[in-house]
Design a binder for this molecule. Structure first.
Ligand code: DP6
Length: 332
């Protein structure tokens, strides 16, 4: 049976990616650096079946819409081409956190899909190949093919291959990320559309691209030296620069809700009281607070008191994806 099940975790970018170099080749305009999270995951089963006349995607128990299915089919087409397969596939995927709400579900989704699809097709490929495969569908997903601290270099014109690379293992530095969940719904504008609109209309987009390389280098160095005081401010600045560029688009791309801003102020108060806390925000209303193991519990309980925060998810730096079952062991 051509089937496999894989599990992958989302990642949170400490140095953000926002904007593509050339729309079409899916190359990021800036380098990014993330931590792969333990404590949240996507589990995906792929079954290539000659009885199907199209790819089918079942997401969190329901048949997915045409747009999501087409994105999955694009990745499957590359796997079929590499493996010499013709069969369509049934893909069953489930997240243990809210889908498409800015909790980086596309990263874990396409990382799990890349691993499950290549294993189901019997392709003998490594994580670098799978990372490049995932990157072609969703740039941030390329980073979820590795555990720990992971970088993805900016694309250069003419690049045909671009994969993420591990920078340090999860054991290198036991950072914590506390997610302040502020909504359980779907986000208003997806990251692909939000960043394209920023590239095309924001007068601050060139300033973001110009300032990102120095921040990336600073963040990378702070991670290698395990220097929290150097890391934190740069992480927060990377997120605020990215969002400033998006907000300055015409019309502005605004992912923040009142609860997002409340959490940003709470994080400043926590820092003033002597706790290690720096915020980062992706293409959604949630705030992720980077902290140390000693301060994690105090920060999580303070964030739960902030108006508009529904709950917190405590995550740590975790491992990369893995195949759970393949072939006859798997039940699709
Ligand atoms: C804000 O990787 O979701 O999370 O490449 O179009 O799929 P596509 O976009 P996506 O963008 C993620 C943007 C971000 C920052 C980051 O993860 O680096």
């Amino acid at each position: 049976m051509k089937t496999a099940t894989a599990i992958a975790s989302p990642n949170i970018a400490l140095a953000k990616y926002w904007g593509k170099r050339e729309h079409g080749a899916n190359l990021p305009a800036v380098s990014s650096l993330s931590v792969t999270l333990a404590g949240m995951s996507t589990t995906t089963t792929v079954l290539f079946d000659e009885g199907l006349d199209a790819d089918v995607l079942v997401l969190d128990g329901a048949v997915a819409d045409a747009t999501s299915t087409a994105r999955v089919a694009g990745l499957l087409d590359r796997v079929r081409a590499a493996a010499g397969l013709r069969e369509h596939a049934r893909v069953v995927s489930a997240n243990d956190f809210p889908t498409a709400s800015g909790l980086a579900s596309s990263a874990s989704a396409f990382a799990a899909l890349a691993v499950a699809a290549t294993a189901a097709a019997g392709l003998e490929v490594d994580a670098t190949w799978q990372s490049d495969l995932a990157r072609r569908t969703s740039v941030s997903a390329a980073r979820s093919l590795f555990g720990g601290f992971v970088e993805l270099r900016a694309g250069r014109g003419g690049d045909t291959h671009l994969a993420a690379e591990p920078v340090a293992t999860p054991e290198h530095w036991p950072l914590r990320v506390v997610v302040a969940v502020t909504s359980e719904g779907r986000k208003s504008i997806g990251s692909t559309d939000g960043m394209l609109h920023t590239v095309l209309t924001s007068p601050y987009y060139p300033a973001w691209v110009a300032s990102a390389p120095a921040l990336f280098a600073h963040i990378r160095e702070a991670i290698l030296r395990r220097d929290f005081d150097a890391l934190g401010p740069a992480v927060e600045q990377s997120a605020l620069l990215m969002h400033a560029a998006a907000i300055a688009a015409a019309p502005g791309v605004l992912y923040w809700t009142p609860a997002t801003v409340e959490v940003l102020h709470a994080v400043r108060r926590l820092r003033a009281s002597g706790l290690a806390a720096y915020a980062t925000i992706d293409a959604g209303p949630h705030v992720k607070v980077v902290t140390t193991p000693e301060h994690e519990a105090a920060i999580a309980s303070a964030l739960r008191e902030v108006p508009g925060v529904l709950r917190t998810i405590e995550t740590r730096v975790g491992p990369g994806p893995r195949v759970l079952t393949r072939g006859a062991e798997a039940k699709a």
